[in-house]
Design a protein around this ligand. Sequence first.
Ligand SMILES: [Zn+2]
Length: 92
Amino acid sequence: MKPFEKCPVCGGELQDKQVEKLIRSGGNTVALKVNAEVCLHCGERLYAEDVVKSFEKIRSKLQKQEFSHFRTLGQSFTVESNWPNKSIQPTR
Ligand SMILES: [Zn+2]
């Protein structure tokens, strides 16, 4: 299914690609690979409707701290609030 023929942002050519996507919610992150239409000109990514629905589902699972269908892949960190350089702050 091709939702778009041309990039809706710049009118550029679209190409089917597998891209890496990070979904963050509730302080948690899920990394996955997904098929998308990627604009060769501006890099805009377009996802099929069912893919967008899956992203929403993943986001709401993360928000509710529900981790079924996910597996651990490394660990995520943020800095402590006393990091010596005050320009660097924890994300939350
Ligand atoms: Zn574009």
